[in-house]
Ligand binder design. Structure first.
Ligand SMILES: [Zn+2]
Ligand SMILES: [Zn+2]
Length: 346
């Protein structure tokens, strides 16, 4: 046996030539000289086989992944180790260095390549929607039969921002392109319906109230006949706030807590606390607000009653004693509210 290329005799043959000649021509790895990747210039998502994948991956990492994806290692290689480096960026082109070390037919082979990775900048469909101010949902924050207070708006906006921030980790359309300040409340435009629903859900969970959705057809896709809808979600905070006064089944009560599940009230006749479901909401009548709370002076005290002076006409009034008022003494002031001509201590 002799090698037809170098004429050597008595040597190990591979593919009809000697091992030396074989290894001289041998290619340990194949990698294209020029690789192109298309990424979104806003979110760094990568276009692969017509689909936008991943996002918020640093550019360097995108380049390394593009190199890895394009390297083909020969099957004779054993214990291969591949080192990737970005030598320098020249405009949008990364000049790279690839070093591969492996054992081939018992010999250690080192091979280097200097491929270029061109990073094409484009805009993914989600980011282009975002740039265009696209939105799928509008949250209409309102209060029932009254104006929203500044503190309610502040609270609501904290909830909205927190929810949108959390959603934005998985939903690229979780953004607020616009907020409309209206006399009757605020309109928050939300990129995706999914995130809009989450916002409404969290608002109701923390602030209570009622949610109503009304879809509006905005256009129709002529090819599919499918309608494109935008959803208006009305989040209506209750007519009363905490510490306001309501009438429920002919009893006067103070609102002591509100959340997505219930309205907690304290009956001002016996100071019993009751938790009401939101379905009872329509049976609650707001009769007074915390602004109407006044002070009355205590003029007499016995184990069974407290006597106070009506803050309006100073007439003495006896009120049944309750554990709540045991520590009050004659001459002290106590908070009270007058509703439908009757005074309640609070
Ligand atoms: Zn040879
Ligand atoms: Zn994008």
């Amino acid at each position: 046996m002799f090698c037809p290329e170098c004429g050597a005799t008595d040597v190990e043959m591979v593919d009809g030539i000697c091992k030396n000649c074989f290894l001289k021509k041998y290619e340990l790895i194949k990698i294209p000289e020029n690789i192109t990747v298309t990424v979104c210039s806003h979110c760094n998502a990568k276009l692969e086989e017509g689909k936008w994948k991943d996002s918020y991956i640093p550019e360097e990492e995108i380049i390394y992944r593009a190199l890895e994806k394009n390297i083909e290692i020969d099957e004779l290689a054993e214990n291969e180790e591949i080192e990737l480096e970005i030598d320098q960026m020249r405009g949008t082109i990364a000049e790279c260095y690839v070093e591969a070390i492996a054992t081939v037919l018992g010999e250690e082979i080192v091979e280097t390549h200097t491929p270029n990775v061109k990073v094409n900048r484009s805009v993914c469909p989600e980011c282009s929607k975002r740039v265009a101010g696209y939105y799928e949902a509008v949250i209409q924050l309102r209060a029932d039969s009254r104006e929203l207070t500044t503190s309610e708006i502040e609270k609501a906006e904290k909830i909205i921002n927190r929810t949108i921030e959390k959603q934005s980790k998985k939903d690229k359309l979780a953004y607020i392109p616009q907020v409309a300040k209206l006399k009757e409340g605020r309109d928050y435009y939300i990129g995706s319906l999914k995130s809009g629903n989450k916002v409404a859900e969290h608002l109701k969970e923390e602030l209570g109230g009622t949610i109503k959705e009304s879809p509006r057809l905005i256009s129709e896709d002529r090819s599919t006949g499918k309608g494109l809808y935008r959803i208006w979600i009305s989040v209506r905070l209750p007519k009363f706030e905490i510490n306001d006064f309501i009438k429920y089944k002919d009893k006067i009560a103070k609102v002591i807590a509100i959340d997505g599940n219930r309205i907690q009230i304290e009956n001002l006749e016996n100071y019993e606390k009751i938790a009401l479901k939101w379905r009872e909401y329509d049976n609650l009548e707001k009769v007074s607000t915390k602004k109407d709370i006044t002070k009355a002076i205590i003029t007499a005290k016995s184990p069974s009653y407290l006597q106070i002076l009506d803050p309006e006409d100073y007439s003495p009034i006896d009120i049944d004693m309750n554990d709540k008022f045991e520590n009050y003494n004659i001459g002290e002031e106590i908070s009270c509210i007058k509703i439908e001509g009757k005074i309640y201590l609070i």
